[in-house]
Design a protein. Structure first.
Length: 77
């Protein structure tokens, strides 16, 4: 299962990551999306490093099974 988190660098996005790890949520892949400001930031989840990507197009969700979204107003537009 491929999981995406939109707004990954924000407080709610970080809480999503914490809860997913705490509950050992089953996933095969994780993709983190954020704003221009947070794109390129790196986060470790379950011992693996992930880089925040800029969400640019609906195609960025290709093959994503579940998306948790918590983007600010500008990103949401």
């Amino acid at each position: 299962m491929k999981v995406a988190i939109v707004g990954a660098s924000g407080a709610v996005g970080q809480e999503f990551l914490r809860i997913l790890a705490e509950r050992n949520f089953p996933m095969d892949d994780l993709v983190l999306f954020g704003s221009h400001r947070s794109a390129g930031s790196k986060y470790t989840f379950k011992g693996k490093e992930y880089e925040v990507k800029l969400l640019q197009h609906n195609d960025d969700f290709k093959d994503v099974d579940i998306a948790f979204t918590s983007a600010g107003g500008g990103t949401s537009e």
